[in-house]
Write a protein that binds this ligand. Structure first.
Ligand SMILES: Cc1ncc(COP(=O)(O)O)c(C=O)c1O
Length: 396
């Protein structure tokens, strides 16, 4: 391992950089999770998370990674053999599908090219054809972290409505929550899945289900086996701020601080900041003469940008050079995109100069790797950032 000084640049699309304020909040003596201090903390974070999901309905917090919350969404609402409609947006959609199949659900997997979000028209077509209402749930990934493509959840909702189909709508917001606009109630989402380690600026270890009334009603008759993930025991305990088993106390202290930071900045400003950094990143890519993996500008991710490598170049070699020379971690290509792309994470606790440093590392790394890129990518991003600071503030 090369010896490095200064701060490591962690620019993967999650886990993200944890602010010092959050680290200090976590760094506290353990408290009694059945005592009054915890009850207050529990109530505060459970309420605060509703604001982030933009829901008036309950949020459940698991001491688990995001995969746990995926499983929880399915086992609480569905029965063995139920049909679920999913869309192949990328690696994470494929993993959620595999999980559903292991749980004995029957998945209709709409094929995709890993360069787009879920196709709302194709979803509408499938639902319209399903006259018997055999499909019990539609499950999509809002921000596909493996590709940097966003599914327009409002359009998926409209697809369900137009098809007059009663399926539950489930959305994975693991890499969009608190980074990209998300409106659970307005979009009529029944279960939202979230995780702590991305836009929420926390270490990994917490995950979430935000539960709408139709999903809660479905949970009363759903027959998939569940114990640890069971919503009913959680909700019963949560009313007093407690959990049915030992919660991740110190991560919840961090969550309270992260929620305070998001409130201070204002969610709409948080989204504008992410949009701006994503646009600056794309400007750099275009100036270098490289391609953004996501094809449709309406689906560009503001959490990350996936960079398509020119033929004959291995993205992981570029990442390795950047790690060795500049101590910066970038996201690898996942699944069938291994070696073809690298991913620049620009979400969470992040600012203009962090982006500038990130893009400098990428530009130098590409050149060191012998990739024929034009100069001026960093410059294009800096010019955009300089020109658009006022507009961003005004828009906020
Ligand atoms: C969109 C998305 N869904 C699900 C997951 C799985 O979450 P975890 O790795 O925390 O279990 C991830 C992880 O990066 C993700 O990005």
């Amino acid at each position: 391992m090369p010896l490095h000084t200064g701060r490591h640049f962690l620019q993967i699309p999650g886990p993200t950089n944890v602010p010092d304020r959050v680290l200090r909040a976590i760094d506290q003596p353990t408290i009694d999770h059945r005592g009054p201090e915890f009850a207050q903390l529990g109530k505060e974070v459970l309420q605060g998370m509703r604001e982030v999901f933009k829901t008036s309905h309950p949020v459940i917090i698991y001491p688990a990674s995001g995969t746990g919350a995926w499983e929880a969404a399915l086992v609480n609402t569905l029965s063995p053999g139920d049909r679920v409609l999913m869309a192949e947006t990328g690696h994470f959609a494929a993993l959620w599908r595999r999980l559903a199949e292991r749980l004995s659900l029957a998945v209709d997997f709409l094929p995709g090219d890993w360069r787009h979000g879920a196709d709302a028209a194709a979803i509408e077509e499938r639902l319209t054809a399903d006259r018997e209402h055999a499909i019990k749930a539609v499950a999509v990934v809002h921000n596909e972290t493996s590709t940097g493509c966003v599914t327009q959840v409002g359009h998926v909702r409209q697809a369900l409505d137009r098809a007059k189909h009663p399926a539950l709508l489930m959305v994975d917001t693991i890499s969009s929550l608190a980074s990209i606009e998300y409106r659970m109630d307005e979009w009529g989402v029944d279960v939202t899945v979230g995780g702590s380690q991305k836009g929420l600026m926390l270490p990994p270890g917490l995950s979430f289900n935000a539960v709408g009334p139709r999903a809660l009603a479905a949970s009363k008759t759903a027959r998939l086996p569940r114990s640890y993930w069971s919503w009913d025991e959680m909700l019963a305990n949560n009313t007093a701020g407690f959990f049915p088993y030992t919660p991740a106390t110190n991560l919840l202290l961090g969550l309270r601080e992260a929620l305070a930071m998001l409130r201070e900045e204002g969610l709409s400003n948080v989204f504008a900041r992410h949009n701006r950094h994503a646009e600056a990143t794309r400007r750099a890519l275009h100036a270098w003469g490289l391609e953004v993996l996501c094809i449709d500008p309406a689906e560009y991710s503001s959490s990350l940008t996936a960079v398509l490598m020119p033929q004959g170049h291995d993205a992981d070699r570029v990442r390795q050079i950047i790690l060795d020379r500049f101590d910066m971690s970038l996201g690898t290509g996942l699944g069938k995109l291994q070696g073809r792309i690298f991913r620049i994470g620009h979400l969470g606790y992040f600012n203009d100069l962090m982006l500038a440093g990130t893009l400098c590392g990428v530009e130098m790394g590409l050149k060191l790797a012998g990739v024929a890129v034009a100069s001026g990518g960093v410059q294009a991003a800096l010019e955009f950032l300089a020109d658009h600071s006022e507009q961003a503030r005004a828009a906020a």
